[in-house]
Design a protein around this ligand. Structure first.
Ligand code: HXC
Length: 257
């Protein structure tokens, strides 16, 4: 497939999707998000791909939804076309996804990063939900996912003042999994993705599902759900391979089934 606004590269079992509108700091217009969601959706079941890295440019992961595209919309148009609905499809994918964030991740850019399974940030990363400055509020999960990630105090602070949060504060707050020097962020994310992609794909998908269930279920229900999933992976060839390899003191060779 040919894309206009993103780049798709395959590095072994890892796919890298790069937002590619640097002149607009990767502002997320409809065309860009449609391409990103379509590309990720196609990669999700691809047996040759075990993890996805989503990234932007050195200066901006993404500076938000495209304000110029949105500015003139009225309520009826936003509602009738259900703006941003397609973005949500990213969170329905089962393949592990890492956001590699360098520079600005603002508004919809921060929300996109939070839709990934975890975030690796460069020291120069700046996260924020500055929608309040535009007379609006986060529209693609920011008020919900940021609050779950960093708690009420910081979510309120960021969303009501519109201030940006640096990488160090973001890591300390639990928004970011790792901070690395800015120029290493994509390499670090690719390395992490490669590690994930070397595991059993069905089992990484199931593990992701289990963690995500923590946001939907009570503790007793969640732990029971986890146990059912745990039992179910004994139906995979990869469980047999992983445990045999340990006993035989060798590296497992997962067949991803
Ligand atoms: C459209 C954008 C944009 C955006 C930047 N640009 N962000 N265009 N939508 N979100 C464009 C600028 O207009 C400019 O185009 C070019 O990118 C470079 O940006 P500058 O502002 O000149 O760069 P700089 O001075 O370095 O400032 C960087 C910045 C600033 C601090 C990130 O661009 C900024 O504040 N951007 C908006 C951030 C924001 O409010 N995001 C939330 C958007 S609302 P020209 O043509 O002038 O060169 C949102 C709602 C989410 O995301 C709802 C659900 C998805």
């Amino acid at each position: 497939t040919q894309y206009q606004n993103i780049l798709l590269e395959r590095h072994g079992r890892v796919a890298q999707l790069t937002l590619n509108r640097p002149e607009a700091l990767n502002a997320l217009n409809k065309a860009t998000m449609d391409e990103l969601v379509a590309a990720a959706t196609e990669l999700d079941p691809d047996p040759e791909i075990g993890a996805i890295v989503i990234t932007g440019s050195a200066k901006a992961f993404a500076a938000g939804a495209d304000i110029k595209e949105m500015a003139a919309q009225d309520y009826m148009e936003m509602y009738a076309q259900d703006w941003f609905r397609n973005w949500e499809n990213l969170t329905r994918l089962r393949i592990p996804m890492i956001a590699a964030v360098s520079g600005f991740a603002l508004g919809g850019g921060c929300e996109l990063a939070m839709m990934c399974d975890f975030i690796i940030a460069g020291e120069n990363a700046k996260f924020g939900q500055p929608e309040i400055n535009l007379g609006v509020l986060p529209g693609m999960g920011g008020s919900q996912r940021l609050t779950r990630a960093v708690g009420k105090a910081k979510a309120m602070d960021l969303i009501l003042t519109g201030r940006f949060m640096g990488a160090e504060e973001a890591e300390r707050s639990g928004l970011v999994a790792r901070v690395v020097p800015a120029e290493e962020v994509v390499a670090e994310a690719l390395k992490a993705a490669e590690v994930i992609a070397s595991k059993s794909k069905p089992v990484t998908m199931i593990a992701k599902e289990a963690v995500n269930a923590a946001f939907e279920m009570g503790l007793v229900q969640g732990v029971t759900y986890e146990r059912r999933l745990f039992h179910s992976v004994f139906a995979t060839e990869d469980q047999k391979e992983g445990m045999s390899a340990f006993v035989e003191k060798r590296t497992p060779d997962f067949k991803h089934r």
